[in-house]
Design a protein around this ligand. Structure first.
Ligand code: MG
Length: 172
């Protein structure tokens, strides 16, 4: 019984869609998925853990979605006060926080709040064991993006390589 439950959860870690970053997801592709609303994770998806500032491109992305008729609601495990501040910065969008993902509570509330069935909501986040698991458990569309931290590490690795190459070329 326990192994059955574990297997089910394991299968639920698989996202429906994979993207590198949030801004790679267009309103057009969201609509093609049959999605009517977006549930958005914050930490490591929009900004680094614990941070209060993020790239302006994310506010633009939220605005573009809203203008295309796709409401965006934050579903974050962060504390209420931080979610409140960040939701204002993202254009005054609604939020559920703390959502206790992988609990489906946040998505359930979002579905009720927006009057849109969970199956028509896409949960976008960086973590399989919270964002993707919650989405798959409730039958929402699950979209995984690479975490900000991961992306920065990759970039840092590349620039380190470049630096080493530059150093070698100066020695030669
Ligand atoms: Mg996250």
């Amino acid at each position: 019984m326990i192994s059955e439950i574990l297997k089910k959860d394991y299968d639920n870690l698989e996202p429906d869609y994979l993207y590198d970053t949030l801004t790679d997801i267009s309103a057009y592709s969201i609509k093609k998925m049959g999605v009517k609303a977006i549930a958005l994770d914050l930490d490591n998806t929009v900004l680094p853990y614990g941070s209060f500032s993020f790239d302006e491109k994310y506010t633009e992305w939220v605005k573009a979605m809203n203008e295309s008729g796709i409401p965006v609601i934050i579903i974050s495990n962060t504390v209420l006060s931080r979610a409140f501040i960040l939701s204002k910065k993202l254009g005054g969008i609604p939020f559920v926080a703390p959502a206790f993902k992988p609990s489906v509570l946040g998505l359930k509330l979002a579905s009720k709040k927006m009057n849109i069935p969970a199956s028509k909501i896409a949960m976008i986040g960086d973590q399989a064991d919270t964002d993707i698991l919650a989405a798959n458990k409730i039958g929402a569309v699950s979209i995984k993006v690479n975490g900000i931290k991961e992306r920065e590490t990759k970039r840092a690795r590349v620039s380190k390589k470049t630096a080493v190459a530059a150093l070698i070329s100066t020695i030669r």
